[in-house]
Write a protein that binds this ligand. Structure first.
Ligand code: C2E
Ligand code: MN
Length: 402
């Protein structure tokens, strides 16, 4: 199937433009053999390339391009399918934008076009060209320094508690502001007594007993938080929305258990998973009122994973949202993920909703998210969840050049 990929990247400072010209000449020959055509724009700093041809070959060539050390911050902007090539003439023509005026280059590029119908000159691929040539969206293309420019230094914050009595235990994971060096909150994640996942813990219960287990487990979370001790940090707990609906007096029980452990309601964030909220919205709204009335903060967890995110946000604005790993994994390489995240950030800014991201594993993910304006992070890059205690936190430090 005829596939089009467009990406954007940045030339390494150490590479001369002459080198690029000879690289393109070689690539041209290879691409021609493989029936891949396209066009490459260079503006003195950035590349913008469109590749098109059979799906498998285009994807192979693209992954080789991603590995090329002469450029970095490679972001895929578009991957699409079309009945005919946009640029079928040249193997891979290189346009140095500095040699043309903006208006001329666009026409010159379009003159290379082989799109069958004039109509298709407005398709997404060509719109991306226009935007690159005109310099639109430059503000949203972040220059991420190489991952090696950071050093991660573990602190002494780990704490071990003895295993609690009862039916379950908890692992704790910090939510931090890495650049400010601050711990914002700890999330309590339920575990079986043998340390197994929440899924396994809940699978032992049938019917409404799940909600009872969910609610009662929180007493253990609060007891452990008191032992940590929590000090002035926030404590995030997860609840199924139906736990508040099905368990009579659930909010009062939570408040009583909090008071017994010297935790004030304002110190607590209750996280609800987006999917579960959407399917029980009316009941959820009533339960949330009671929580908010008591002073407890509310977060929507796994935001963006349930497909209902925007609709939910239009009906209910939580204090915080937590963005799921699915949306941020390899975000430094994906134009669509970046655009979605930037619009979520913009939306939450307008609504004064705090955002944190969960499941950050790579330095590049974290750096891209920081550049986009995210401040609060939770993930194995900094600290994995720690069973019966708190993990040490690896804080990023900028390496000083020699
Ligand atoms: P969650 O609330 O989004 O919690 C974060 C999950 O992501 C945790 O999995 C955590 O271990 C994992 N995680 C954190 N950083 C990373 C990372 O860098 N990479 C990867 N791959 N994973 C990371 P966990 O503990 O297995 O929890 C899974 C889900 O179970 C939670 O997702 C939450 O929705 C639910 N859950 C946990 N505890 C409770 C609870 O007490 N009650 C209820 N109802 N649900 C709970
Ligand atoms: Mn959570």
């Amino acid at each position: 199937m005829l596939t089009t990929i467009i990406y954007r990247s940045r030339l390494c400072n150490s590479v001369a433009f002459k080198e690029i010209e000879s690289m393109v000449a070689i690539a041209n020959k290879n691409n021609e053999l493989k029936n891949v055509t396209g066009i490459l724009l260079f503006n003195g700093i950035h590349f913008f390339q469109l590749l098109e041809g059979p799906e498998k070959v285009v994807k192979e060539i693209y992954s080789t391009i991603c590995e090329d050390e002469r450029h970095y911050n490679v972001v895929e902007l578009l991957c699409d399918y079309a009945p005919a090539r946009h640029f079928g003439k040249a193997g891979m023509e290189l346009f140095d934008l500095r040699e043309y005026s903006k208006e001329k280059v666009l026409q010159a590029v379009l003159n290379q076009g082989t799109t069958r119908y004039q109509l298709a000159y407005n398709d997404r691929a060509l719109q991306f060209f226009r935007s690159f040539v005109m310099g639109n969206y430059n503000a949203n293309y972040f220059e991420i320094p190489p991952a090696e420019s950071w050093l991660f230094v573990k602190d002494e914050s780990s704490v071990s508690l003895s295993q609690p009595h009862g039916e379950c235990t908890f692992a704790f994971q910090p939510i931090i502001d890495p650049l400010a060096g601050e711990i914002i909150a700890y999330e309590a994640l339920v575990r079986t007594l043998s340390g197994r996942s929440p899924e396994e813990f809940f699978s032992a219960f049938e019917g409404d007993c799940v909600y009872k287990a969910d609610l009662e487990s929180k007493r253990t979370a609060f007891e452990m938080a008191r032992m940590l001790p929590l000090k002035n940090k926030l404590l995030s707990i997860n609840l199924m929305p139906m736990t508040l609906v099905k368990m009579p007096g659930a909010v009062d029980i939570l408040l009583k258990d909090l008071a017994a452990n010297q935790i004030v309601p304002e110190q607590v964030i209750v996280e609800f998973t987006e999917n579960a909220v959407i399917s029980n919205f009316d009941e959820f709204s009533a339960a949330v009122k009671a929580l908010k009335y008591a002073g407890i903060n509310v977060a929507i967890d796994h935001f963006g994973a349930g497909g209902g995110g925007l609709l939910l946000l239009s009906r209910f604005q939580p204090d915080r949202i937590k963005i799921n790993r699915d949306l941020i994994e390899n975000i430094h390489k994906s134009g669509p993920q970046q655009s979605i995240l930037l619009s979520i950030i913009q939306c939450c800014r307008l609504l004064e909703i705090q955002i944190s991201v969960v499941g950050v594993e790579k330095i590049e993910e974290w750096m891209w998210l920081e550049s986009a304006g995210i401040e609060y992070f939770q993930g194995n890059l900094f600290a994995p969840a720690s069973l019966n205690g708190l993990p040490a936190i690896a804080w990023p430090e900028k390496k000083t050049p020699f």
